[in-house]
Every structure is written in structure tokens, then in C-alpha cells.
Write a protein that binds this ligand. Sequence first.
Ligand SMILES: C[S@@+](CC[C@H](N)C(=O)[O-])C[C@H]1O[C@@H](n2cnc3c(N)ncnc32)[C@H](O)[C@@H]1O
Length: 268
Amino acid sequence: MDDQHFYMIRGGVEGRERLRMVARVMRPGTLALIERAGVGAGLRCLDVGSGGGEVTFDLAAAVGPTGSVVGIDVDPVKVELAAADAEAAGVGNVEFRVADLVDGLGEAEYDVVYARFVLWTLSDPTSALRDMVRALRPGGRLFVEDIDFAASLCSPTSADFQRSVEVFLETARRMGVDANFGRRVPETVLAAGLVDVQTNIVQPGGLEGEAKVLHPLSFENIKAMVVHHDVATADEVDRIVDALYDLARDPTTYMLCPRIVQAYGDKR
Ligand SMILES: C[S@@+](CC[C@H](N)C(=O)[O-])C[C@H]1O[C@@H](n2cnc3c(N)ncnc32)[C@H](O)[C@@H]1O
């Protein structure tokens, strides 16, 4: 399997359904950030690693008909589905393109560049962030939201949950990516030369609901990668997935998603 072109959490249609759930759980935090940071009418935005397009559509609503949003993603299946959604919903101010953020972002074109849950999946997030900054016009604003996976929580403590976090982190490490990149977002944004940097934390979860299901679902989705990188056997993953779904169904178990670090800053 070619790791460089295999996103850790499965892509395509199945991946997109998972991203839809991620988007529902994460939407309140993202909307609050968009509003607080003043993404308003008429702005030109770029959504990097747009996936199912959920952030793209929320940016499109925020900038209105006088603004525009381009969503780019390397996964052609997700791009096609997101474009079909835009057409079906009659959203005229978005465009989805298949592109790699490494060479597909353009120069000084955008007022807003946004990347949610993308940088942690890359082997060189620092250089990707610099590419994103290049796509901003001077005075434009960069937004990053990313995960700090180790902060995922289950209480009462569960050995299966702990093991799933270890396996996730180790698989990511063997793939050359950092699933705790979220905690490095503020320093990376500062190092890229952005000014007036603001940060915030969001951590969905609870005793019930989709926020609890995300953990087993994500773990189930990385099975092929876990086994490929010899971090655990398929049998162990299957057993842990079952245990995680049991925890998610148990109304006395409190679970938190990975901590989400949000940051934005301005290009001079
Ligand atoms: C976890 S998903 C996040 C999707 C979306 N931003 C969201 O928050 O719902 C990460 C996305 O980044 C895309 N991606 C990964 N590497 C990329 C690259 N080099 N260039 C463009 N997109 C990339 C993946 O295909 C995937 O759709």
C-alpha cells in the first residue's frame, strides 16, 4: 500500500459518510469561530482539504452571494460528491476542485484560507501551512483547526479505550504524521509569520450522541493502516472496536473527542 497517497482514515464514499458525522459534531465550534473571527460578506475564501465540503458551505453562507469559496481536495470522489451537493442545493458561490495543497493553492489570491483537520494528516504540516499563507493576500486571515488526539477521554477509565488511543497515535507515527499536531498549531502559525494570532479550544463529547460514536468509527476506519503497520492485529482491532461501541452506547460512560485547537492569524 502506498502510504503517501493513502489517507490514514479511509477516503472515498465511506470516508465521506464518516466526515459527515465529524462535520455535524464539529459544526457548532466551527460556526462560532467563523462568526467570532468576522468572516463576512464579499470575501474570497479557500477551504483546503475540503472533504465533504461542510466547512466550504458554511464559509459560502458567511460570505454570501458577493463572496466566493473554492474547496480543494486530493480525493476526486469527495470532490465530485461535494460538487454534486452544491449543484443540488443551488449554491452558486462555491467551486470544488481536485488539487494537492502542495502545488494547487495559488498566490496571494484569497482573503481567507481555512484548513480543518488536514494538517495533522501531512508529513510536513509546517511547509503546508506556509503554502497556505502564500495563497493569502496581504492582510488576509488564515484559519486552522486541528486535533490533539491524546486528549481524547473516556471516564470511567477503560483499558480498551486507552489501547485504542495508543494504537491510533502509534499508527500515525509510523505513517510519519502527528495526530497531536493540534497542540503545535499556535507555534506553527506564529512561525509562519502571522500576526494577531488568536487561539481557542473546543472538545465535543458527553454521555450520549454522535460525539461518542466518532471514536469507535474512526478506530474502525483505520484498521487497514493499523494492521499494515503492524501496530495491532486485525483481531485485536475488531475486539477493541466492539468494546468502544459498547462504551459509546453506555449512558454512564463520559467520552470526549480529541481536543480541537483552533487558531487564526493575519498575513502582514
Ligand atoms: C479529515 S478530512 C477533513 C475534511 C474537512 N476539512 C472537514 O473538516 O470536514 C482531511 C481531508 O484532507 C484531504 N487531503 C489530505 N491530503 C491532502 C493534500 N495533500 N491536498 C489536498 N487535500 C488533502 C483528504 O482527502 C481529506 O478529505
